[in-house]
Design a protein around this ligand. Structure first.
Ligand SMILES: Nc1nc2c(ncn2[C@@H]2O[C@H](COP(=O)(O)OP(=O)(O)OP(=O)(O)O)[C@@H](O)[C@H]2O)c(=O)[nH]1
Ligand SMILES: [Mg+2]
Length: 392
């Protein structure tokens, strides 16, 4: 590496001319399949090309997030695939695509725009997965100091908003400060069929917002309608599908409308004050971790108590066994010893097997056999006695 010396005053002047890059962090939320990832793919193409025809004729095709869908033309199905395969995107049909939140950063007019793509609400794996996904989204947000907008993507003809509403609005505001509601904007995708209007979803959405006392309403100032069709169209063109000039004109209008609405959306976002998130979220994250830890901690404490109890029981048992050993030792039978008494006169001993009894004698407990005339005598005649000794 080469270092070039620079005069201090020149360097200070140059540095003082630098201005901090403005950052705009935009969180994108919405039901699975609503078009969050496709919108990001469309967005980069809107930045790169001035119109649909230019994008069609360009050698490259800007794809940030891989996508696949089936396009049907005159009854003929074509599988369209774009982008490099990525483990964060599930390409199976009928399943939720984006697995984890991921940020995509763009330079727009000297500002950094960070679009945060998220896994969709209403995941094909069920409500537990929704909860996990939402926790992941909140954890991902802790990377950033502030957030400038929360874009909630909706389809214009969705009148069942319950699950989406619960996670996108209720849970979000439960974890962020309630003032984050001012940074919420509503974006309607798939809006060409409803002439770029919010359709049936708008009254339902506003009713939910009123009932749950969120403190905002969806109005033309904070909702935007576009269609991600131009990106799908480009994907088809790049996969070799041919379109008539009439169709190209229709998609070009859709492109222009979507670009116009996206610009309006960014103007609106620029007018919003950023919402400080890091502190609130870090606290929430700690609270969540502590709560999540409480069950395993209780299990660990219970196991420790059980082990202490079991240990005490074993010690008591050992103590009892020790005492048993002592009492057993006390009971130890050391055997018999013979006491020899000299008689003053000889006596006849009956050595008949009926009169003889064999007993173990001495500490070894060995049997003294009937060969011993003395023993035979002792057992049959009281003059020769046995003595039991206990050894303490
Ligand atoms: N006609 C039409 N199709 C769209 C539009 N937006 C997305 N799609 C299609 O809808 C399907 C799902 O789009 P995605 O962008 O993957 O949806 P998503 O919201 O990211 O889904 P998840 O990652 O599962 O949350 C794809 O086949 C898109 O091509 C739109 O505005 N109009
Ligand atoms: Mg997605």
């Amino acid at each position: 590496m080469i270092y070039i010396e620079c005069q201090h005053d020149i360097l200070s002047a140059e540095l003082s001319n630098l201005r901090a890059w403005k950052e705009k962090n935009i969180l994108i939320l919405g039901e699975t399949g609503v078009g969050k990832s496709t919108w990001i793919n469309g967005f980069i193409n809107y930045l790169y090309y001035d119109g649909l025809e230019e994008a069609m004729n360009a050698k490259e095709f800007q794809v940030l997030i891989p996508s696949s869908f089936t396009f049907t033309q005159d009854g003929e199905e074509t599988k369209i695939m774009v982008g490099e395969s990525d483990t964060n995107e599930n390409m199976e049909e009928g399943e939720s695509a984006t697995k984890d939140p991921r940020s995509y950063v763009f330079n727009v007019g000297g500002d950094i725009v960070r679009l945060i793509d998220t896994p969709g609400i209403g995941a094909s794996e069920g409500i537990e997965q929704d909860r996990k996904n939402f926790d992941n989204i909140l954890s991902h947000l802790t990377y950033y100091e502030e957030i400038h907008a929360v874009c909630i993507l909706l389809k214009p003809n969705n009148s069942r908003l319950t699950v989406m509403f619960r996670f996108c609005i209720q849970e979000l505001l439960a974890h962020l400060h309630s003032s984050a509601k001012d940074n919420i904007v509503f974006c309607f995708t798939n809006a060409r069929a409803t002439f770029y209007q919010p359709g049936d979803t708008l009254p339902t959405l506003n009713r939910e917002l009123r009932n749950k006392q969120v403190g905002i309403q969806a109005t033309p100032s904070n909702y935007f309608c576009f269609d991600n069709e131009p990106f799908r169209f480009l994907a088809c063109v790049k996969n070799g599908v041919e379109f008539s000039q009439e169709e190209i004109d229709a998609y070009a209008k859709s492109w222009n409308k979507s670009v116009e609405q996206t610009k309006k959306l960014f103007e609106h976002i620029s007018s919003l004050g950023p919402h400080q998130i890091r502190n609130t979220l870090s606290l929430n994250e700690s609270r969540r971790i502590i709560l999540a830890m409480s069950k395993p901690m209780a299990e660990v404490t219970k196991t420790i108590q059980q082990n202490v109890h079991e240990g005490n029981e074993v010690m008591k048992q050992i103590d009892l066994d020790d005492r048993d050993m002592d009492s057993l030792k006390a009971m130890k039978f050391s055997g018999f010893d013979l006491k020899r008494v000299e008689l003053e006169h000889p006596r006849t001993v009956c050595a008949d097997s009926k009169c003889v009894r064999y007993v173990p004698v001495g500490a070894s407990g060995s049997l003294v056999t009937g060969d011993s005339p003395l023993l035979a005598y002792a057992t049959t005649h009281p003059a020769l006695s046995t003595r039991q000794q206990s050894q303490q």
